[in-house]
Each structure stands twice: as C-alpha cells, then as structure tokens.
Design a binder for this molecule. Structure first.
Ligand code: SF4
Length: 340
C-alpha cells in the first residue's frame, strides 16, 4: 500500500456525516491560555469553531492532522456561525489575545462566509488587542483580508501551517496541498496588508528520523525568519484518523522527544532574526505527544513554556536528565519505518 492510498483511506474513514442543526450551533471548544504580546504576559482566549472543515482533509489531508473529526460534514449556515460566536462571546472576559481556529481555514468561504468572518472580528474589535486566525495560503488575499483589517481596531495575525521550508518534506511526508513558496508568498501578502504573519513549523513528520527532523526545523526557522513575525514549533502529536496514527499502531512512529524541542529552540534562537520563536507542545509529556522518560517531562515542558513566553532561551541550557543520553544516542539510529 502506498502512503497516498493510506492517506486517502484514512481521510475517507474520518469524515463525519452531515451534522444536525443542534450540533452546528455549538463551537468545538474554548479555553484560556498563557501568551505574550511583545514583552508583556497576557491571557489568550482560544476558540475552536465548528465549520465544514478543511477541504484538503477531504481529498487527502496532511499526514498528522485529524481535525476533520471536529467538523460538520457540511457548511455551517450564517445563523449557526452567529450562534457559535454569541456563545463564545458570553464566555469572553476581555483577554487581550484572541485566537480563532476552524479545523481548517477561517478565510475559506465554504467554512466561514465573508459576512460571518467580518462580524466575528468586529465583535472583538476594541476589546482584544490582537486577533489570530489560521488559513491555507490560497485564501490569504486582499479580498479576504482587507475587510477584516477594516473591521478590527487592533492587530490581526494570520497563521499559516508552513510546517517546513523543504518542498520534498512538505509534499511527500507532510502531504500538504501547496509548496513552501506559496506559504512564503502568502506571508508577504499578509504583511503588505498590515497584518502579522505567523508560521507553524512541524517537528518530526513521519518518515524522518529524530535527527533529520531537528535539522529540518532549525533550517526552516532560519529560512522563514525574515518572512514571518512569529514561528511556532509544533511537535507532532498523534491524532485519531491520521497516517501518523496508522504508523504508530504498527510500531513505525514515535512522537518527538522533548529534548528535540529544546534543541530546536536553542539552535533556532540564534537563527530567528527578529521573529518570535515559541513552542507549546500539544499533549506534551503524554505517550501520544512529545515526551521524554516521564521523570523530567513536567520540568522540561515548564522550561520550554517559559522560554517561549519570555523569549529568553538560556534557561534551557541547564536542563538535564538521564534520558538525555538515551535520546542523544538513539536519535540518528532510529528505524525509519516504512518507505516514504
Ligand atoms: S493540517 Fe491544515 S491543511 Fe492539513 S489537513 Fe489539517 S487543516 Fe487541512
């Protein structure tokens, strides 16, 4: 079985049936997390909206992405989106940073229609200082961005899942729909229109060893640093209904070590230029997320978060544990698993 057919098979299996109206009126999740705007520590209000989800996830999807399970299986109506927004606003307590995700692209009209987008952004205008949304690059145009810019008094930030600047890794291992050049061009458009641009970089896509994935992220930080205002390193965590999970169940994939996150932050800090460099590992310390031996995970995660918030990376130097030697010895020898 080729990776492509695994990807299309899992994409088919994870797609939800069209949702009833009741499910479409409720967002997926909402929480508050620690963040920073410049040197200031702030709270961030995070909202995951329920939409039809990413069109690319229907066709093939990225090897590590299982967000399709949080989608509707159809487009949400403007009324359903308005109710999700209103339920979220009822929980909003004036957090300075707001992050809105849709398990896809906020700027894709099939997920969120233009007027619903504008209304959501306007609802936070004058209340939040910065509002982030995520999108695929092809939707980041003057037509989609300019109305939002006009509707929001603070800073808007467009997040792009660049993952890597290596075209081969992005196409063959991550299975993204577009090459890195399209993400970089989208970041240029975003910034030219007065928005901030943020990139997510993926640590350890399938078929790369731990060592190769470290080098891939460090190089990507350097190559993307002049095109983005912020770079966020996302270690792969194993989501349901993905190629990565398919490999994991067959003993062909281990999530990255937290030591690898530490190394890419330390080496990336010297190559990031003026861009912020952060990492907040999802499921960190758990078997399906980036983890070490279990003894040191909480301590290492706390140091990673502190470095990300403060942008001071010296504290990572003092970390140690017996498992660091295991990681150092094993990182280049790890079995590659199935052929890419
Ligand atoms: S990672 Fe992004 S582009 Fe890839 S399938 Fe998931 S939502 Fe779509």
């Amino acid at each position: 079985m080729t990776p492509g057919s695994v990807a299309r098979s899992v994409a088919h299996d994870r797609r939800p049936d069209p949702a009833a109206p009741d499910a479409a009126r409720r967002y997926v999740n909402q929480w508050v997390e620690a963040e920073a705007i410049g040197d200031e520590r702030v709270s961030a209000f995070v909202l995951i909206m329920k939409t039809r989800g990413c069109y690319w996830a229907d066709e093939k999807g990225c090897s590590m992405c299982g967000y399709a399970k949080d989608t509707l299986g159809r487009s949400a109506t403007p009324e359903e989106l308005a109710e999700q927004t209103s339920r979220a606003l009822a929980r909003y307590r004036g957090e300075p940073y707001v992050k809105v995700y849709t398990s896809g692209s906020f700027l894709d009209d099939r997920e969120v229609d233009p007027e619903s987008r504008r209304a959501l952004v306007a609802a936070f205008s004058g209340r939040a200082r910065r509002l982030l949304f995520e999108t695929l690059p092809e939707f980041a145009t003057a037509d989609t961005l300019s109305p939002l810019r006009a509707a929001f008094a603070g800073e808007l930030e467009a997040a792009l899942g660049l993952e890597t600047t290596d075209p081969t890794v992005l196409a063959r291992y991550v299975h993204k729909n577009a090459p890195p050049s399209e993400y970089l061009a989208a970041a240029d458009r975003v910034r030219a229109l007065g928005l901030r641009a943020k990139a997510y970089l993926l640590l350890k896509p399938p078929y790369l060893t731990e060592q190769e994935s470290i080098e891939d992220v460090v190089r990507s930080v350097e190559e993307a640093s002049t095109r983005f205002d912020a770079l966020s390193v996302n270690p792969v965590h194993i989501q349901n209904g993905t190629v990565v999970e398919w490999l994991y169940h067959r003993g062909r994939y281990r999530p990255p070590w937290l030591w690898s996150v530490v190394e890419v932050l330390q080496r990336g800090a010297e190559r990031r230029g003026s861009a912020r460099l952060v990492s907040f590992p999802t499921a960190g310390g758990l078997a399906r997320g980036a983890h070490n031996c279990g003894e040191c995970d909480a301590r290492v995660l706390a140091a990673i978060e502190e470095a990300s918030l403060s942008q001071k990376f010296d504290g990572l130097r003092d970390l140690d544990c017996e498992c660091r030697t295991t990681w150092a010895h094993g990182r280049a020898l790890e079995p590659l698993g199935v052929e890419a």
